[in-house]
Design a protein around this ligand. Structure first.
Ligand code: HEM
Length: 519
């Protein structure tokens, strides 16, 4: 309208809209529209455009998501199919809801190995894109390879690490023993402390007491800050420029304070390792990393100098952050699901009793003889799906997937919740039924590729082995010792609902433990 008035004014018909001006404006707008369509078509290069819901300018589809964003992603899958596009703020995101397609896109082509660097969520605000989680290209590849090798040599799957995890399992068992017969709540928090402690010990060789305030801060602060941002609508994630306008209200100030606390703790720990460093006595991940930095003389190497030390700090934070709440939340789902399903709990205890009896603790070497336990863990990972939207990847260049044009910088988001709850794949996804991962005689555990809790392909979770060992050791040793039921006098939580937050966590619940081994 403003353009129309300006053009009318120019044509000398002050105040009135002339028909010439209207024609001219319509022609200009029409030409502009055709030009944009032509450009878009040319850009597609004969490829198809992705379907998806229309969004508003600037904010895209954000306000259509609601508190439980994943429910809307599942509805859109029903409407637009297994591959469609949405806009979160000004960020285009391709949502994939089929396990074969996620495997294909994340495994085959290095172009889909990028990451979305969220400005406010970086360990070093001034050096984004470091570490394992947020890095890309050569920096990511070299560090991921190094990390996997060292963690394998230093423990992933080794007995030394089992000993460290078992220390925390024992402490948790003792805590539970003191509470036998009484209502116990705060289950997720208890496991967070235990898991955080074993991870910290594995990475730094330092162990906290489970009541140490430093440990409590480490365990809760970062997740809490991220949850606060999500609860207040995730605006700073999708509209990052808001942090400059309303830093406090958007949650940015709080997040930076917490990253600063983490920074002090991690940098301090690295400094202590530097002071006591001995080439012939490498004890943990920090030591082996520092050894690599000391022997690197090529200034172009990612392991050279001060930049490499920053990279070490962020990698430590990534491992710690990615590994602690994920594992603890999954254990808290296991406790809730087994309390709701006493028949599953009894089958598990029968298997434990047959393998170890009560004379010794369960060890990871028992796992091959425990198919029911393995099935139970996979069924929990499927049923709970703690990362319903998975972790997004970024397209590093314009590319093609199944005839669709995928522009550079678009994010690829696996709809894990949909995949794990698809009727077509699982038959009765709403039921918690470990038997779906067993052979028909119940004697053999059967892996199912449609379970993608750790995602698949080139960026698949590096901590899967550690997570599976931890889940196995906690669950088997807790249910060897205790039978657990929901407290009949407390609120009975629904298992199909969850808390709003960064991870899909169970609603709060209260249980009563009974000592099974009491003589
Ligand atoms: C039940 C527990 C866990 C679940 C469900 C889980 C899930 C995931 C998922 C879905 C991803 C994204 C993969 C991708 O982008 O393709 C991921 C990445 C990652 N996870 Fe885990 N994780 C768990 C435990 C752990 C543990 C114990 C550690 C390490 C101590 C860990 C470290 C990482 C790291 C460093 C990445 C980034 C990998 C990369 O970008 O290359 N996770 N995890």
């Amino acid at each position: 309208m403003i353009i129309l008035l300006l053009v009318s004014y120019y044509f000398g018909n002050s105040g009135e809209v002339s028909p010439y001006a209207t024609g001219l404006v319509v022609a200009i707008v029409g030409l502009f529209w055709f030009w944009r369509r032509y450009k878009a078509k040319k850009r597609l290069g004969g490829l198809k455009e992705l379907p998806g819901p229309r969004g508003l300018p600037l904010v895209g589809n954000i306000f259509q998501l609601g508190k439980f964003g994943n429910a809307q992603f599942c509805k859109w899958t029903e409407k637009y199919g297994n591959i469609y596009q949405v806009k979160l703020g000004n960020q285009s995101t391709v949502v994939i809801s089929d396990p074969k397609l996620t495997k294909e896109i994340f495994s085959n082509d290095a172009v889909f190995t990028g990451r979305f660097v969220i400005p406010s969520m970086q360990f070093y605000d001034e050096h984004p894109g470091l570490g394992i989680f947020s890095s890309e290209g050569e920096l990511w590849e070299t560090h991921r390879r190094f990390l996997l090798r060292q963690l394998r040599d230093f423990g992933f799957g080794k007995s030394a690490m089992e000993t460290l995890i078992m220390e925390e399992v024992q402490e948790t068992l003792q805590r539970f023993m003191q509470q036998v017969g009484k209502p116990v709540s705060q289950i997720r928090q208890t496991f967070r402390l235990a898991v955080v402690n074993s991870l910290w010990t594995i990475l730094t060789s330092q162990r906290f007491n489970q009541d140490d305030p430093k440990l409590i801060k480490l365990a809760f602060n970062t997740t809490q800050a991220i949850n606060d941002v999500i609860e207040s609508g995730s605006l700073v994630l999708f509209l990052p420029w808001l942090r400059h306008i309303i830093p406090k209200l958007s949650g940015y100030t709080k997040i930076r304070e917490i990253f600063q606390e983490n920074r002090v703790l991690i940098e301090d720990t690295i400094d202590k390792h530097k002071k006591s460093f001995k080439e012939e006595d490498l004890n943990d991940f920090i030591d082996v990393y520092l050894a690599e930095v000391r022997k690197t003389t090529d200034s172009t190497s990612p392991f050279y100098g001060e930049a490499a030390e920053r990279q070490l700090a962020v990698s430590l934070f990534d491992l710690f952050f990615a590994g602690s709440d994920t594992t603890a939340t999954t254990i808290s789902w296991i406790i809730l699901l087994l309390s709701k399903h006493p028949e599953v709990q009894q089958k598990l205890q029968k298997e434990i009793d047959e393998i170890t009896g009560s004379s010794r603790k369960v060890s990871v070497t028992d796992r091959p003889q425990m198919p029911y336990m393995q099935a139970l863990i996979d069924e929990t990972l499927r049923f709970s799906t703690i990362t319903p939207d998975g972790v997004q990847h970024r397209a590093l260049a314009d590319s093609e997937f199944h005839g669709y044009f995928i522009p550079k910088d678009v994010l690829i988001q696996p709809n894990l919740y949909y995949i794990h709850h698809s009727k077509a794949i699982w038959g009765d996804p709403e039921n918690f039924r470990p038997e779906r991962f067993l052979s028909s005689d119940g004697k053999t555990f059967i892996k199912n590729d449609n379970l993608q809790a750790f995602q698949v392909g080139r960026r698949q979770c590096v901590g899967e082995t550690l997570a599976r060992d931890t889940l196995f050791l906690y669950t088997s040793n807790i249910f060897q010792q205790f039978s657990i039921e929901l407290d009949p006098n407390s609120v009975q939580p629904s298992i199909s609902e969850s808390e709003v937050g960064f991870l899909r966590a169970p609603l709060p619940y209260t249980v009563i433990m009974k000592d099974r081994l009491e003589h």
